[in-house]
Design a protein around this ligand. Structure first.
Ligand code: EPU
Length: 432
């Protein structure tokens, strides 16, 4: 069992390089299934969700060749199967993209129901609605989603999404790029990774227009050929380091970012008294004065991202005054609050709203991550707290943050990794 030990109370200083965007990578990797030829993909983050996708693609018959830690060449010309292994696919939420990609290329997909972080009901009805509109039959049986089309190719359609969904927008886009005719997705999500996926597909020969607006138009093409593409920087990873320095104080240079993508996060941190200076592809973030309260409501892009809500709530737990945080994307994303309370935070959650009464300081404690961003929030809390914290269940954090411990140590944080024998290890040790 891996844990992080954090001795908090030290301000952060230095520079941090932001990795490629997780939520773009976990869409672009399965999208490579649509391509006959070699896709060279650069700026891939080294995180466990990405490694899972390499295994899944390899099992389906793709050739996955690592060129360096952040560049991979994937050749999906000779795919053997359209059925993913149950165990692999159910471990990751983004495995649902395998449905759109396999269905789009082979008119058939059999993929385990997706897993991933648990913050309430996570339906995929809008994805299924889209696949059906494109001419697929979709059934759920034995833990698998089976999607198939009688014809060799799907056909274009007009699809209106009932909720703004990142996953459904990208999945339908993947299914539609090789469909016969034109597809229009209305009420589409506009996150930076939607634009990134469209750019990736277009660089392989697709015809996708309007990504980043709420209407996306896709003209089907007969095949996608190989090419080269670099993934955008991770908005949420960058925001997490900004929140870390907001909580601890200090000054850091956040490098390799797209400042425009950071506006929604920068604006809220500035309201709390954090200074943010924008340069070409960096942000200089400084916090020298006490934090003050603000109110935050999560919204689809360009609103404040739900994936920054736990980190921002942690910052506000140390701000003067009372802040209101409203989570409007997920219905249960406050499970980490009990852990923050162990550290002395004063937060009351009522349904989708958290009332955060700022305290002067947090104190270190044994705490447990319950999902990826909750885990990041606890790391921030531990960095800012007086005394020592021990964070368990860090495998959640490592799903989405590349070398987080090394990056924080380079900023002067006192954080280290310890391996402790878990139940299985103890059993093995016992048998051994
Ligand atoms: N929704 C439906 N029906 C659907 C799809 C979504 O009702 O068919 C609802 C959801 O229940 C939710 C809302 O629509 O209330 C938005 O869900 P969305 O589909 O946008 O989320 P997602 O695609 O499953 C991605 C990210 C999440 C991020 C959300 C929102 C990936 C792999 N995951 O999830 O990222 O929170 O968009 O921005 O891209 C994370 O990185 O920590 C993470 C959880």
């Amino acid at each position: 069992m891996t844990k992080y030990i954090v001795r908090g109370g030290k301000p952060l200083f230095g520079e941090v390089e932001i990795s490629g965007a997780k939520n773009a990578a976990v869409a672009i990797l399965p999208a490579a299934l649509l391509v006959e030829g070699v896709c060279r993909i650069e700026n891939i983050p080294q995180i466990s969700d990405v490694h899972l996708f390499y295994t899944i693609l390899d099992e389906l018959g793709a050739s996955v060749r690592s060129i360096n830690p952040h560049t991979v060449e994937i050749d999906c010309t000779h795919i053997r199967s359209t059925r993913t292994s149950y165990e692999m696919a159910r471990r990751i939420r983004a495995s649902y993209y395998l449905i759109g990609a396999l269905l789009g290329r082979f008119a058939r997909a059999d993929v385990a129901m997706p897993g991933g972080c648990n913050f309430g009901v996570r339906p995929i009805d809008q994805h299924i609605k889209g696949f059906k509109a494109l001419g697929a039959d979709v059934t759920v049986e034995g833990g698998f989603i089976h999607a198939s089309c009688q014809e060799p190719r799907l056909h274009g359609a007009n699809i209106y999404l009932d909720v703004v969904s990142v996953g459904a927008t990208m999945n339908i886009m993947m299914a539609a790029v090789l469909a016969e005719g034109a597809t229009v997705i209305e009420n589409a999500a506009k996150e930076p990774h939607i634009v990134d996926l469209a750019n990736f597909l277009n660089s392989m020969g697709a015809n996708v227009r309007g990504a980043g607006t709420d209407t996306i138009k896709i003209q089907g093409v007969s095949c996608l050929r190989g090419g080269s593409y670099a993934i955008i920087p991770d908005q949420i990873e960058a925001g997490t380091y900004m929140a870390a320095v907001a909580a601890t104080g200090g000054q850091i240079l956040v490098k390799n970012i797209i400042p425009k993508h950071m506006d929604c996060i920068t604006a809220k941190l500035q309201e709390c008294g954090v200074e943010v200076e924008e340069r070409e592809d960096t942000l200089l973030v400084r916090r020298s004065e006490p934090l003050h309260q603000t109110n935050v409501k999560t919204m689809p892009y360009p609103g404040f991202p739900t994936d920054m809500q736990p980190q921002m709530t942690t910052v506000l737990s140390l701000a003067e005054g009372t802040s209101l945080v409203t989570e409007s994307v997920w219905n249960n994303r406050y499970r980490y609050v009990d852990e923050l309370k162990r550290m002395g935070a004063s937060i009351q959650v009522d349904d989708k709203t958290a009332v955060v009464q700022g305290v002067d300081y947090l104190t270190g404690a044994p705490i447990q991550a319950c999902d990826l961003r909750a885990g990041a929030a606890l790391v921030i809390a531990a960095l800012a707290a007086k005394g020592e914290s021990e964070i368990s269940q860090v495998q959640y954090i490592e799903r989405g943050y590349e070398r987080i411990v090394d990056k924080l140590r380079s900023l002067g944080a006192d954080i280290c990794v310890v391996e402790e024998p878990g139940e299985n290890d103890q059993l093995e040790a016992h048998i051994g």
